[in-house]
Design a protein around this ligand. Structure first.
Ligand code: NDP
Length: 296
């Protein structure tokens, strides 16, 4: 094992709040690896900041809001997951046989969520899934759910309905071009008003809006919670509870979880790509809950 620390970073704006350095430092400590994981604020162009970092010896990085699309355009090669999401959150740098630097881009957000749903025994098979929100996070998780494909249907409800429709159209286009043989689980888009008037039922509710950040709830009638068995909020808190998971619990949803497991899961897959070694999720989650609680 090398004695000089491997240089890594997370790029974003803002970036100060990012938990990625803590998570990756914990992963590295578990296996006695020396890393130097920095936070890099992107104030202009992502590509310029990234080139500077890699010229300084960076071997890989994570990318957060609002740079994931710029990162997608920056990389020289990308995974199918990144193409499906049209966004990159992980870059691995290496040199090709001609000595040219190459940048491989991936999107590990969807894996992070999907892996967490499995860890939590989410009843995906045969279920009707409601994804609330159609922003960057929903874009990352939809291909992970479609790759599994065991659910009965996926409905996306969003304040801006057109964004949910565009998301579905771009997913259909991705699969038609890249995996035409894939049978997609049926997807539909709707508005919150459509749901007020509908008698649809969902077993699994996934909140991919940013509403919990401001302690607000999506405009969903109580019946949707009453019929659900599992609720997941991508947002996370030290206690593992959000306004959404609390609402679900109070209306009888038996299982409700926040998104810290997704965060750790996406980080674990990024780490594996840099070092070819998969970190342990459960011990990291336990550590991160303690860190967050101490900060609260
Ligand atoms: P975006 O800004 O890309 O999307 C925000 C989403 O929230 C959009 O669907 C938006 O609707 C909706 N929204 C925002 N405000 C309102 C409102 N007042 N009423 C109704 N809908 C609203 O954010 P991201 O997708 O990147 O992140 C979403 C959440 O996921 C955040 O809480 C973030 O912290 C969390 N997240 C967690 C991760 C994890 O690893 N656990 C990873 C990534 C994100 P509209 O399109 O109409 O604007």
């Amino acid at each position: 094992m090398s004695h000089s620390p491997a240089l890594l970073a997370v790029f974003g704006n803002p970036v100060e709040h990012s938990l990625s350095p803590l998570i990756h430092d914990f992963f590295a400590k578990q296996e006695g690896r020396a890393i130097k994981y920095e936070k890099r604020l992107v104030e202009g162009d992502f590509a310029t900041c990234a080139r500077k970092f890699f010229a300084e010896g960076g071997i890989g990085c994570n990318v957060t809001v609002p740079c994931k699309i710029e990162a997608f355009n920056f990389v020289t090669g990308k995974s199918k997951r990144a193409i499906a999401a049209q966004a990159v959150n992980t870059i691995v740098s290496s040199c090709d046989s001609a000595g040219e630097r190459t940048y491989w881009g991936d999107n590990t957000d969807g894996f992070g969520l999907f892996n967490d749903l499995l860890r939590l025994y989410c009843p995906l098979k045969g279920s009707r899934i409601l994804i609330i929100g159609a922003g960057g996070a929903a874009r990352g998780i939809l291909p992970a759910l479609q790759n599994d494909g065991s659910m009965q249907s996926i409905t996306i409800v969003n304040r801006t309905t057109a964004k949910a429709q565009e998301l579905i159209a771009s997913m259909q286009e991705f699969y038609a071009q890249n995996l035409p043989e894939k049978q997609l689980c049926p997807m539909s888009a709707c508005s919150f008003a459509d749901l007020q008037d509908s008698k649809l039922r969902f077993e699994v509710l996934i909140n991919a809006t940013s509403l919990s950040m401001s302690k607000s709830l999506p405009d969903l009638k109580d019946d949707y919670y009453r019929h659900a068995r599992f609720a997941y909020d991508l947002f996370y808190t030290p206690e593992g509870k959000t306004v959404f998971t609390e609402q679900a619990k109070s209306l009888g949803v038996s299982e409700s979880f926040d998104g810290l497991g997704m965060l750790v899961g996406q980080a674990a897959l990024a780490y594996e790509q840099w070092f070819n070694s998969r970190p342990d999720i459960n011990s990291t989650l336990e550590y991160m809950r303690k860190v967050l609680a101490a900060r609260a």
